[in-house]
Design a protein around this ligand. Structure first.
Ligand SMILES: [Zn+2]
Length: 260
C-alpha cells in the first residue's frame, strides 16, 4: 500500500484491513454522493474529527472537495456539539431547487509509526514521537492507573464527556488496547451521530418541517510515516427525501483522484 515502511504496512493491514489513502477516500465519497445529487455547490460539509493539528489534512481534503466546513470538531472526534451543533449545520445548508444537502465526515484518529508502533507519530517541530490520539491515550492511561474521574470537570469538559461515554462501552476492569479503544470510539461517534440526527428528524417531522438530504461517513483516520494519511472506512449512511439507506462504498475511487 505504501513504501513508507514494512512495519507500518503490516500493522495497517492487520488492524485496519481495507484502509485506503486519504485522497482515494475523499475521491470515493465525493463520487458516491455526486451520483446521489450532492455537489460542492448545493452541500454543506461538516467534520467531526479530533482537534489535533495532524487531523488537519483530512479537514482540508474535505474542504478541497466540498468547500468550507461547519466544524463539529472535538477531542477524539466525539460529537459533543450535540443536537444544537448539528441542528445549526442543517439550518445553514444551502437550498437549491427546494432541497438542502449536508455531508458529515466523523471519525477518531490513530497513528502508526514506520516501524509499526501503534499510537506514535512524528509532529512537525517536535523531537521524537508523541501520542495520537492524545485524548484517547490519556483516557487509557487513566484506566491503567485506576484513576478515571467520573465527575464532570467543567474546565476539561470534552475529556470528561469522552471518558464518560467510553466507560459505558468498556466492561469494568477491562483496559482495551489503543486500536480497540479507537474502534470503540468510532462506534460511539457513529451511534451518537445517528442518534442525534434521528432526534432532529423526528422533531422536524413533528413540526412538519423539511430536513436536508444528508450523508454520514464514519471510519478511522490513520496517520502514517512521513505525514501520510489513510482512512479505514466504517460506514456510509445516506438519507434522501426522508428515505434512509446504507451507501455501498469501500473508499476506493473508481477513477484516479481528481480534485474539483
Ligand atoms: Zn486526537
Amino acid at each position: 500500500m505504501t513504501d513508507s515502511g514494512d512495519g507500518f504496512n503490516e500493522t495497517l493491514e492487520e488492524n485496519f484491513p481495507g484502509a485506503v489513502s486519504k485522497d482515494s477516500y475523499l475521491a470515493s465519497t465525493y463520487q458516491s454522493l455526486s451520483a446521489e445529487g450532492f455537489s460542492r455547490d448545493n452541500t454543506l460539509p461538516c467534520v467531526a474529527l479530533c482537534r489535533d493539528e495532524i487531523a488537519g489534512p483530512l479537514v482540508r481534503g474535505v474542504e478541497r472537495y466540498w468547500g468550507h466546513t461547519f466544524s463539529l470538531v472535538s477531542l477524539a472526534g466525539m460529537v459533543t456539539a450535540g443536537r444544537t451543533g448539528i441542528s445549526a449545520a442543517m439550518a445553514h445548508a444551502p437550498t437549491f431547487a427546494g432541497r438542502q444537502h449536508v455531508v458529515v465526515y466523523a471519525m477518531p484518529h490513530i497513528a502508526i509509526a514506520a516501524d509499526g508502533t501503534i499510537g506514535q507519530v512524528e509532529r512537525s517541530g517536535l523531537t521524537g514521537t508523541s501520542a495520537a490520539c492524545g485524548a484517547l491515550s490519556l483516557f487509557r492511561d487513566g484506566l491503567l492507573e485506576g484513576r478515571v474521574d467520573i465527575e464532570t470537570d467543567r474546565l476539561d469538559a470534552e475529556q470528561s464527556l469522552l471518558s464518560h461515554r467510553l466507560l459505558t462501552l468498556i466492561p469494568y476492569g477491562d483496559i482495551p488496547g489503543l486500536v480497540e479503544l479507537t474502534m470503540l470510539t468510532a462506534q460511539a461517534i457513529e451511534d451518537d451521530l445517528r442518534a442525534i440526527v434521528a432526534d432532529l428528524l423526528e422533531i422536524a417531522r413533528s413540526q412538519d418541517v423539511s430536513t436536508p438530504d444528508h450523508a454520514l461517513f464514519t471510519g478511522v483516520q490513520i496517520h502514517g510515516p512521513d505525514a501520510t494519511n489513510y482512512v479505514w472506512p466504517k460506514s456510509a449512511h445516506i438519507v434522501i427525501g426522508g428515505v434512509e439507506r446504507d451507501l455501498a462504498h469501500d473508499g476506493v475511487a473508481t477513477t484516479p483522484s481528481s480534485t474539483p
